[in-house]
Design a protein around this ligand. Structure first.
Ligand SMILES: Cc1ncc(C[n+]2csc(CCOP(=O)(O)OP(=O)(O)O)c2C)c(N)n1
Length: 675
């Protein structure tokens, strides 16, 4: 038999009615015609960028058809025109994306075409970094399972994506937790120009089997075979049988995108695969099954072309987006009232910072049932390496406070997915030094989600992590990472320096619709004590606190350095130097009005931070003061930070020389006061 569909097997045996099969055929034809039209529009200069889907139709339409549109969630990748159409994305919506229009439901013209997002269809926002969608799918699956939701998740990618760490982390998480996720890989033999042999050692399905899930490879050009595998996997997931992996072996007919010269495929290969065209396969089957004749075939083609022309016309005429600044944050924050009075310790019970965090987590999780806390070693009986999570698993159950595999990217990625389906995840990175594998998920995904989906999705996740030095933690338990993340629009970054603030900022972070990175100065965990109010206590994000007053200079600091600065101020007062201390508490957004008011009050500013000085957060504060408040200054802005070191050395005799100290702050303050 020249074509790929086994004539003995019948679609009815697979539970596909004649009408449904014809509908699948229609969607496959439409997908092909969309691709043709996109290429034509590109050549005419009307569509700047095309991602081609031709050849993948059976893999896409066959998998999407296995989903229950009432409940299930989908994370298609950029090539998945057939998935998007199969799930109900309208042609107009698709072309609004191609023409990057204001009403483009995917991104309001912010992302390239084919970066799908449609909350109404439960299609979660897709971005460009390869593989980042897999942990999102695991997170969605986790939350659906936890809630007993009837839905399951399907996530798609190319075979190149299976080399990314996120792919492996997500499969591992799905495997260890038995999550209802179906992983579909459309193996078209090339990742742009890189052939399969240079991409994958061994067999794709073995990769998945290693994570403890059923895994099979199917002819991706045979829509019935694809559907059979997908519906089995979907049923298994829905019945509580956990994740599955499906490799669809297929081929893309044209170049990777309109930017690709396509000069890497051997002569004859394309022609060989064209003979296995998935649409021709299904057409032949339909004809043999007497479900399609020449007239109906022509009618389906004409229908597709007419619908396309109408959609292109409507979409192209739609208004362009106008405001590039919209949607950076779901809740933009800008403090407008400067802090003038010293922040008094609130009434409450005295405790250290780590106890305050533990109590806050207990209260928050009791008050907000959507909260879920997870990370490495957080579950009872360990309760976190700093003991801040003790009792949470016992109090709220093993599904609300749980250990994850040791894989930071998927910790954050899963949080993003959980939040997409209504959870309020509190993800923990055990030490800030180990947050870097999650940089992509934090910066490219969480921080950009609201913006890139034109406000379609929020990302209310909290990422807590202990950071900073002065604890003999050496190079990999001492890092200050705030500058990397405070640089990123879309993220909020907070750092408490008192037990009350640790609780209050955490509470505000959990309730905020944007991703919030909470950096906890671990040196202060047991060093600082203070009064902490019982019950809900919120410290507004974006508002600094005045810790000390003084008219000779202002010390701007945060975290441990704010604590040190307060002590330095007390000792300087005995020398007759009045040093005001402004504790920023939030690094992004910066409480500029309070900084500006402080500059006007004292006209001299010392910025203290324990990161290395060059390019640190203090550089930004200093630059803003120089730009906006220059006339108020009586001396150059001074910075006191760590010298240019790759973090603090282990030996006390070395670390003590370079870790910023109370004496150091006093020294710099004296110089500034005398200027
Ligand atoms: C992390 C990352 N690295 C590189 C790229 C550039 N890039 C875009 S598509 C692509 C190939 C992806 O191949 P595959 O996953 O097999 O999917 P296909 O495009 O073949 O469908 C590459 C390298 C990217 N988008 N993201």
């Amino acid at each position: 038999m020249a074509i790929g569909i086994d004539p003995i097997r019948n679609h009815l045996d697979l539970g596909i009615s004649d009408d449904v099969l014809l509908e699948m055929y229609r969607t496959m034809v439409l997908t092909r015609r969309v691709d043709d039209r996109m290429w034509a529009l590109n050549r005419q200069g009307r569509a700047p960028f095309v991602v081609s889907s031709s050849g993948h139709e059976a893999s896409q339409v066959g998998t999407a058809a296995a989903l229950d549109k009432r409940y299930d969630w989908a994370l298609p990748y950029y090539r998945d025109v057939g998935v998007a159409l199969g799930l109900g994305l309208s042609l107009v919506d698709l072309f609004l994306g191609v023409f990057s229009k204001e009403s483009d439901p995917n991104s309001g013209g912010r992302q390239m075409p084919n970066h799908w997002s449609h909350p109404g269809l439960r299609i979660f926002s897709h971005s460009s970094p390869i593989g980042t969608q897999f942990p999102h799918a695991a997170g969605i699956g986790y939350e659906l399972k936890r809630r007993g939701d009837p839905g399951i998740v399907m996530v798609w990618g190319g075979e190149g994506a299976t080399s990314e760490g996120d792919f492996h982390e997500a499969l591992n998480m799905a495997g260890t937790r038995g999550l209802p996720v179906v992983f579909v890989i459309e193996n078209n033999l090339y990742a742009i120009s890189v052939p399969l042999a240079d991409q994958v050692a061994g067999d794709l399905t073995e990769r998945a089997r290693g994570y403890g899930m059923p895994s099979e490879s199917v002819d991706g050009n045979d829509v019935l075979e694809v559907y059979r595998a997908a519906s089995e996997a979907v049923s298994r997931a829905r019945a509580g049988g956990g994740p599955s992996f499906i490799e669809c072996r297929t081929y893309r007919h044209y170049a990777h995108t309109s930017e690709d010269d396509d000069k890497y495929r051997p002569v004859g290969e394309i022609e060989m695969w064209l003979k296995r065209d998935p649409i021709a396969n299904l057409r032949q089957y339909l004809i043999e099954s007497r479900l399609l004749d020449q007239d109906s075939e022509v009618a389906i083609e004409n229908e597709a072309v007419e619908a396309l022309s109408a959609a292109v016309k409507t979409a192209e005429a739609a208004p362009d987006p106008t405001d590039p600044m919209a949607f950076v944050y779901a809740r933009p924050i800008e403090n407008v009232v400067p802090v003038e009075a010293v922040d008094a310790d609130p009434p409450g019970e005295e405790m250290n910072m780590v106890t305050a965090i533990n109590k806050a987590l207990h209260e928050i999780m009791a008050a907000i049932p959507e909260t879920v806390l997870f990370g490495e070693d957080v579950a009872d009986p360990k309760g976190g390496v700093f003991k801040h999570a003790v009792g949470l698993t016992d109090a709220f159950g093993a599904d609300r406070c749980f250990n994850t595999p040791l894989a930071e990217s998927s910790i954050v990625g899963a949080a993003i997915g959980m939040a997409a389906v209504g959870a309020r995840p509190i993800a923990e990175i055990q030490f800030a030094d180990y947050i870097h594998p999650a940089f992509n998920q934090i910066v490219s995904e969480a921080a950009r989600l609201h913006y890139r989906s034109g406000g379609g999705w929020t990302c209310p996740i909290v990422i807590r992590t202990p950071y900073g030095g002065g604890v003999h933690g050496a190079l990999y338990h001492s890092q200050s990472i705030e500058a990397f993340y405070a640089h990123v629009p879309g993220l909020k970054v907070v750092i408490p320096s008192t037990p009350a603030d640790a609780k209050g900022l955490l509470w505000s972070a959990v309730e905020d619709p944007d991703p919030v990175l909470v950096l906890e100065p671990k040196k202060l965990y047991r060093l600082v004590k203070g009064m902490v109010p019982a019950g809900p206590h919120r410290v507004p994000i974006g508002t600094a606190a005045l810790r000390r007053t003084g008219s000779d200079l202002t010390i701007i600091a945060y975290g441990t350095m704010a604590y040190f600065a307060a002590e330095a101020s007390d000792r300087l007062a005995q020398e007759g130097i009045g040093a005001e201390v402004l504790d920023l508490r939030t690094l992004r957004p910066l409480d500029w009005v309070s900084v500006e008011a402080a500059v006007r009050r004292t006209s001299k500013v010392l910025i203290v931070y324990e990161d290395n000085q060059f390019g640190g957060y203090g550089a930004e504060v200093s630059a803003q003061i120089a730009e906006k408040s220059f006339e108020w200054l009586d001396a150059p802005v001074r910075r006191y930070a760590t010298p240019e070191l790759p973090t603090f050395p282990y030996s006390s005799s070395l670390e003590d020389q370079v870790y910023p100290s109370v004496e150091g702050i006093m020294h710099h303050s004296r110089l500034l006061a005398a200027y």
